[in-house]
Design a protein around this ligand. Structure first.
Ligand code: ADE
Length: 239
């Protein structure tokens, strides 16, 4: 999976390229993250990357020319036909199905805006989709872009290793995760549910499914409404 990133703060992306699962994915060549900094395409003495908004008002916008040149540099390095996604609170909300779609593309250019935003004409001309990670405003699109990189990378075969795969991730199942426990068996009188110590794998599977369904019903009923339950699950739950 090829990720191109347009950002004024490329060093922030070391959080994904130098830590954890995504670092290993980079090392194995399963994903790559290439940054394009608009500042490298600013040719005035001060390397200006911001500009005033027409109509006045507080704050600055990203300067058009360096941003556009950085996007075009990313396109030139990307596989042909790579789509450009701009991180923005005005965008479509990121969810599991969008993450799956990005993974299926095989490559993606993520634009991380700064300041108060990006000229509307650039969004119309250069960007295929705007994506938001939630209804709150961050100081830039870098953290949202890293959310995309992390979530999409987990879907790339081999990234999660042999023991588990992305299909087991909770949202791939359309349910929240069941509660999990590790040692010790007891914390301040709170015990691990007996069934998890039973060694009865069929019963444990059923218990986990029940917990996941109840939890989803209590915390995110909207998810259950979309997904429903399949015949096998209903049979298990009604036993
Ligand atoms: N940039 C600033 N806030 C954002 C958000 N919530 N989602 C995506 N990009 C953003």
């Amino acid at each position: 999976m090829w990720f191109g990133v347009v950002s004024l703060f490329p060093e922030m992306f070391s959080a994904v390229t130098e830590s954890g699962v995504t670092r290993r994915a980079c090392e194995k060549g399963l994903i790559s993250v290439t940054c394009f900094n608009p500042r490298d395409y600013a040719y005035d003495k001060y390397k200006t990357v911001d500009d005033k908004p027409y109509g006045g008002g507080p704050g600055m916008l990203m300067k058009v020319q360096p941003l556009r040149d950085a996007i075009n540099a990313a396109r030139a390095k990307a596989p042909a036909g790579t789509k450009v996604v701009c991180m923005s609170p005005q965008g479509e909300r990121l969810n599991h199905s969008l993450v799956t779609r990005f993974h299926d593309w095989g490559s993606i250019i993520l634009v991380a805006g700064r300041y108060e935003g990006i000229d509307e004409r650039i969004l119309q001309k250069e960007v295929d989709l705007e994506v938001s990670i939630g209804d709150y405003v961050l100081s830039g699109g870098e953290l949202p872009a890293m959310c995309v990189i992390d979530a999409v990378s987990r879907m790339v075969p081999g990234v999660l290793g042999d023991i588990r795969n992305a299909e087991e991730d909770s949202f791939a199942q359309g349910l929240l995760h069941f509660p999990q426990y590790t040692r010790p068996e007891e914390i301040d009188g709170d015990k691990v549910p007996e069934i998890l110590l039973s060694g009865d794998h069929a019963k444990i599977r059923l218990w986990r499914l029940q917990q996941a369904v109840v939890r989803t019903y209590e915390r995110r009923p909207d998810l259950l409404q979309i997904r429903g339950l399949d015949a096998t699950e209903l049979k298990l739950l009604c036993q």
